[in-house]
Design a binder for this molecule. Structure first.
Ligand SMILES: [Zn+2]
Length: 316
């Protein structure tokens, strides 16, 4: 199975348009010892064609243009409009994770997998997503329940050989969801981790919003080969310290992210997973571990973790 990390930053990207934190300032000034990143986007393929996207980031158009494997291939299909992208699996309905669907609106057949609640938010609470249903067989919406395994299939129904299973990690729907909707939605549908299994049984975990590390989650991670994990914040009060008083900033925990550092952080909590390849993704622009000369970066690398960069490809 091939895995592409097209984007590795949290919402807003790095640098973020309205951010003047030390990281963003130094990056713009050309003095930052580290790399710019687009918003997190993962793509998987059993054998190089077709590809399935995990999430649909707001940077998706530029990410496709930076990735030849995801561009139309005239040698494979003589039609003018075509794409090796067969489908999208959504782990939540966040803007940073679902907005990119609207960038795929040009009448290309696609299959979109999500929980029933996420489908309803996008299709019934957001009229703009009707752009994905303008012609018959444009987007095929396919619902899945957390905990059950489902095959990743092309819009034609052709099975890719890969399977996916979602774990319920968080119960909060995005802030834009109308209050009247909440009573109709299932909390367990809100925020998921995805485990993708290759035709040969290799497993990738993609978990970009993890509010806590439970024994159940640890048990699941024990059985995977590669972990792409929530690296949003280094510390719980990172945004509050960065923005100062009066900005209504939230803690990492309030935003649904376990921090990387501290005795309750993911570096410590996941220390026993040494067999797996462990990679932080979804890294916020304020996170000091982005600085490749800094002690936080060194600490993460010495613990056996990698810090994802845009454009990485893994083979599992
Ligand atoms: Zn910043």
């Amino acid at each position: 199975m091939l895995v592409k990390i097209l984007g590795s930053a949290a919402g807003g990207g790095f640098p973020q348009w309205n951010c003047a934190c030390p990281n963003c300032r130094a990056l713009r000034a050309g003095t930052f010892p580290g790399k710019a990143r687009t918003q997190t986007q993962i793509a998987v393929s059993a054998d190089g064609n077709p590809w399935f996207l995990l999430g649909a980031s707001p940077d998706l158009r530029a990410q496709i243009e930076a990735t030849p494997e995801l561009q139309p291939r005239s040698e494979a299909d003589p039609s003018i409009r075509q794409s090796p992208i067969a489908g999208v699996v959504l782990a939540n309905a966040d803007v940073d994770h679902a907005l990119g669907l609207l960038l795929l609106r040009e009448l290309q057949p696609l299959r979109v997998y999500a929980t029933e609640s996420v489908h309803r938010i996008l299709r019934e609470d957001n009229s703009m997503f009707a752009m994905l249903e303008r012609v018959p067989n444009q987007v095929t919406w396919t619902s899945f329940a957390p905990g059950t395994s489902f095959p990743l299939c092309a819009p034609s129904g052709k099975d890719s050989g890969m399977h996916c299973r979602a774990l319920s990690l968080g119960t909060h729907f995005p802030a834009y969801v109308s209050n009247s909707w909440w009573s109709e939605l299932k909390p367990s549908d809100a925020s998921l981790g995805l485990i993708v299994e290759s035709p040969s049984g290799k497993r990738l975990a993609c978990m970009t919003a993890v509010p806590e590390i439970t024994d159940t989650l640890l048990h699941e991670l024990d059985s995977v080969d590669v972990i792409l994990f929530d690296g949003t914040f280094w510390s719980d009060d990172e945004l509050i310290r960065m923005q100062g008083p009066g900005h209504n900033a939230q803690t990492a925990h309030q935003m649904g992210h376990i921090p990387v550092s501290s005795s309750e952080g993911s570096l410590v909590k996941l220390a026993r997973l040494r067999r797996q390849r462990r990679i932080y993704v979804h890294i916020n622009n304020t996170n000091p571990m982005l600085n490749e000369d800094g002690p936080e970066h060194r600490q993460v690398r010495e613990a056996g973790w990698e810090i994802a960069e845009d454009g990485w490809q893994l083979e599992i």
